[in-house]
Design a protein around this ligand. Structure first.
Ligand SMILES: C[S@@+](CC[C@H](N)C(=O)[O-])C[C@H]1O[C@@H](n2cnc3c(N)ncnc32)[C@H](O)[C@@H]1O
Length: 245
């Protein structure tokens, strides 16, 4: 999970987005359920990495996010590409009123909304499908940070994250029909320099970055050199939950 958004983190994310197979995997798994004439709601759209893919498959996508910065970045991309079927809105899911139902509702890595009340509300917004992509493991291991935590002797409690196992009892209690597919995708990060990689860790993993020397050493062992740039690999293991109404 890479939040919160800043101007720099948006740049990092756009670069990673250009190299990952994560979004195309989601489309491979869900695209066949979409209706060309149907509408989609993308909840917690971020800078629109999934939204852009969805827009190629259906008549309209409403993309909402509570971060004004992320929505503004998506707005810029829509303008650059001259797209007319994406409606970005800076609104939180909590504030969203039930104005219409969408053929499909997507949530990709919006872990704060993996709760009973939100799932009920998500279901109300969908006429047919809900797709939820979420980590498949309860401990975050993006960029293999567990190996770094082990080396530093750090408590891995700070790396806990909600995963698909947390949402299954909620769906069972609501009596919905669902299936779960676990999939892996590379979601690494390119950098211009080792210093930039340090800045990235300062932003996303401040506890690790405080141990400058150890982090620097770990980066020197883990950064790869690809196409003239540094690249930190990351294998993301996700669960795609498909709910059919
Ligand atoms: C990890 S990012 C994922 C972005 C995008 N779905 C993707 O997969 O690239 C999570 C996003 O959810 C947004 N978010 C978190 N809670 C939200 C809420 N309650 N309502 C709307 N957006 C929310 C954050 O601002 C952030 O942009």
């Amino acid at each position: 999970m890479r939040c919160p958004w800043t101007v720099k983190s948006i740049e990092w994310y756009r670069e990673a987005e250009g190299l990952t197979s994560y979004y195309s995997r989601i489309m491979d798994m869900t695209g066949r359920y979409l209706d060309r004439n149907g509408s989609v709601l993308d909840v917690g759209c971020g800078i629109g990495s999934l939204t852009m893919e969805l827009a190629m498959k259906c008549s309209g996508v409403e993309a909402i996010d509570k971060s004004g910065l992320a929505v503004a970045a998506l707005g810029e991309r829509i303008k650059e590409l001259g797209l007319s079927n994406i409606q970005p809105r800076n609104v939180s899911f909590e504030e969203l009123s039930l104005g219409r139902r969408y053929h499909a509702v997507y949530l990709s890595y919006v872990m704060g909304l993996v709760q009973g009340w939100s799932l009920k509300k998500i279901l109300e917004h969908s006429s047919r499908y809900v797709f939820i992509a979420i980590p498949a493991r309860g401990i975050k291991n993006d960029f293999n940070v567990l190996s770094l935590a082990g080396r530093m002797g750090m408590d891995t409690g700070t790396l806990r994250q909600p995963c698909h196992k947390d949402i299954i009892p909620i769906m069972d209690a609501l009596g919905v029909d669902y299936c779960v597919d676990v999939f892996e995708s590379e979601f690494g990060q390119p950098f211009c320099s080792r210093e930039e990689a340090m800045d990235f860790f300062k932003h996303y993993y401040p506890d690790f970055a405080a141990r400058n020397g150890e982090l620097n050493q770990w980066l020197s062992e883990n950064l790869e050199y690809r196409d003239g740039r540094h690249y930190l690999p990351s294998s993301r293991e996700s669960a795609l939950i498909t709910i059919v109404k």
